[in-house]
Design a protein around this ligand. Structure first.
Ligand SMILES: O=C(O)CCC(=O)C(=O)O
Ligand SMILES: [Fe+2]
Length: 317
């Protein structure tokens, strides 16, 4: 098991109904149980979310095109003190892959700084497009986290967690291998943050691993579909009641794949601590309280990379 990819479907959840993001409505309650069920089985699901109009999605992809067309020396200016938050590319292990990040994308000055770094004359269209996309999509992210918290009886903690969240927006490009073979775009991994929401152009390649080790090739059901995945820091908060999904990108053909990832993560200084409600005889405490930024740094050390689970190696009991 594990080496074969078989096309299959992830659950598709509809967040487009007007009441679906209104806490307490019958749509909310019904979606909440679908979210819980999907995450228990897959650690992720496909969300249909029409609050981001198709014009905005088109503008986002145009903006991404503009970024990737810049000369390498401009893209290399996208630096961050945090690992994997700035430019990543030109790696022998994943030669098809290149990506850039806007950290704290909900802060207008950060988007402006990114735009001014890439285009010294400024780029107001880029700024407006990205701010609007991130703002709308972060609503979906918050809705999902609230639903999960409610479904585990953790609602009293969630506002504080939401208020101490940052968002990283990453643009990724995967060139087609231009060979008859399928080649690695991005190596298998689980994300370390809280929740990840991915969106892509029409070129497929994302694969998600199921509990039995086989791979689902993600095929978006609609142009406004998004993959919502829970990541390791969030599963730690839940004392491992849900698991993060291992995923990878496999590329074939000659068309480039573009994807956007919105990654929520705890602000520096905030502590992830398993709530007492998640611990009982059947579910002993698995993780010590930890700082996300320290976990992320550990993950990129030799020991973190070698560990079968960086999370357990870092803060497992
Ligand atoms: O391109 C994708 O769809 C996946 C990107 C990803 O997994 C990541 O950046 O962590
Ligand atoms: Fe990922």
């Amino acid at each position: 098991m594990g080496s074969q990819s078989c096309p299959s479907k992830l659950p598709l959840l509809d967040f487009s109904k007007p009441e679906s993001t209104k806490s307490g409505s019958s749509e909310w309650e019904s979606l909440k149980s679908q979210v819980r069920e999907a995450l228990e089985e897959y650690g992720c699901f496909e969300a249909c979310f029409d609050k981001i109009p198709s014009d905005l999605l088109k503008a986002v992809f145009r903006s991404m095109d503009e970024v990737f067309e810049l000369p390498l020396e401009s893209k290399l200016q996208n630096v961050s003190e945090k690992p994997y938050h700035g430019y990543v590319g030109q790696h022998a292990q994943v030669p098809l892959y290149e990506s850039l990040g806007i950290d704290e994308v909900m802060v207008a000055e950060r988007v402006e700084a990114f735009a001014n770094t890439m285009w010294p004359q400024g780029n107001p269209t880029f700024r407006k497009t990205i701010e609007s996309y991130a703002e709308k999509l972060s609503e979906l992210e918050k809705t999902v986290r609230k639903m999960i918290a409610e479904s585990f009886g953790l609602e009293k903690y969630i506002d504080e967690q939401l208020n101490s969240t940052n968002y990283l927006l990453r643009f990724s490009k995967y060139n087609g291998p231009n060979t008859p073979d399928t080649e690695i775009g991005l190596s298998p991994h689980t994300d370390k943050n809280l929740v990840t929401i991915l969106h892509q152009n029409q070129v497929e390649g994302l694969e998600l691993q199921t509990k039995d080790g086989s791979w689902i090739k993600f095929q978006p059901s609609t142009p406004n579909s998004f993959i919502v995945m829970i990541s390791e820091s969030f599963t730690a908060w839940l004392n491992d009641r849900l698991s993060a999904t291992c995923h990878r990108v496999m590329m074939s053909g000659n068309e480039a794949r573009y994807s956007l990832g919105l990654f929520s993560y705890p602000k520096d200084g905030s502590i992830i601590e398993v709530p007492e409600e998640m611990v009982d005889e059947e579910h002993p405490l698995l993780f010590r309280p930890f700082h996300y930024e320290e976990f992320l740094s550990f993950y990129y050390t030799k020991a973190g990379q070698a560990a079968p689970s960086a999370l357990r190696a870092f803060c497992g009991m």
